[in-house]
Design a protein around this ligand. Structure first.
Ligand SMILES: N[C@@H](CCC(=O)N[C@@H](CS)C(=O)NCC(=O)O)C(=O)O
Length: 216
């Protein structure tokens, strides 16, 4: 293992995924605030690592990885000994299919809602648009609640990267000033995650600095 360095402000949900996995694996790492009010994403040295100019970026010795999903997979494959992202293809596929759902379906609706409801200043908010996104996100969580009736974690009996990608949404979902359906299995899963200090440290982070801020 080289020196692990993660660039990214903790108020970024994608940075939170990376921090959560670093903490789950109890890896020594240094996090450097970048992005948002911290800036730095247009610096040539940063762009040389991450041509997208986004956070997070991970450096492990000579290896640089951009994109939160690539980062959590890299960390799990390198240091997880099959715990968060199984080695066996069939078990890995079970995690991957839920990672894909979390990113392509749940995250898309949830992040739209967060931008419209929290990041957009009140005077520019579109109540109908918020309600449409709220309803769609609630449908995603209702679907997940139904799945969680049969298993304790998103991809099966064990905690995995799928729980990180989906669970990263929970704090903000429950903190947003919106109506939410009562979902007992989702609540039980949330309670299971809340027992993990890495979830608390990475995800349960107030987002006041993002309220009414569309700039980044
Ligand atoms: N697919 C990328 C998306 C990265 C992304 O859009 N990051 C946002 C923060 S969540 C960003 O860099 N925003 C600009 C900023 O923070 O200044 C990933 O998962 O890492």
């Amino acid at each position: 293992m080289g020196q692990l360095t993660l660039w990214g402000r903790l108020s970024s949900c994608n940075v939170q995924k990376a921090v959560w996995v670093l903490e789950e694996l109890a890896l020594p790492y240094k996090r450097i605030d970048a992005g948002g009010d911290f800036g730095g994403l247009d610096d040539p040295a940063y762009r040389a690592m991450n041509p997208h100019g986004t956070v997070p970026t991970l450096k492990d010795g000579a290896t640089v990885v951009c994109d939160s999903d690539a980062i959590i997979r890299y960390l799990a494959a390198s240091y997880g000994r099959g715990s968060l992202w199984p080695d066996a293809p069939a078990e890995r596929a079970a995690v991957d299919q839920w990672l894909a759902w979390a990113n392509a379906s749940l995250y898309r609706d949830w992040i739209d809602l967060f931008w419209m409801c929290v990041r957009t200043p009140p005077e520019r908010q579109d109540a109908e648009g918020i309600e449409a996104r709220r309803a769609r996100t609630a449908e995603r969580f209702t679907f997940l609640d139904n799945e969680l009736a049969n298993r304790p974690f998103v991809a099966g009996l064990e905690f995995s990267l799928a729980d990180v990608a989906a669970g990263m949404t929970l704090y903000r979902w429950f903190e947003m000033p919106i109506e939410r359906p009562a979902l007992a299995n989702l609540d039980a899963w949330h309670d299971r995650l809340k027992q993990r200090p890495p979830f608390q440290a990475a995800v349960c982070v107030p987002f006041d600095e993002l309220v009414g801020k569309l700039a980044h």
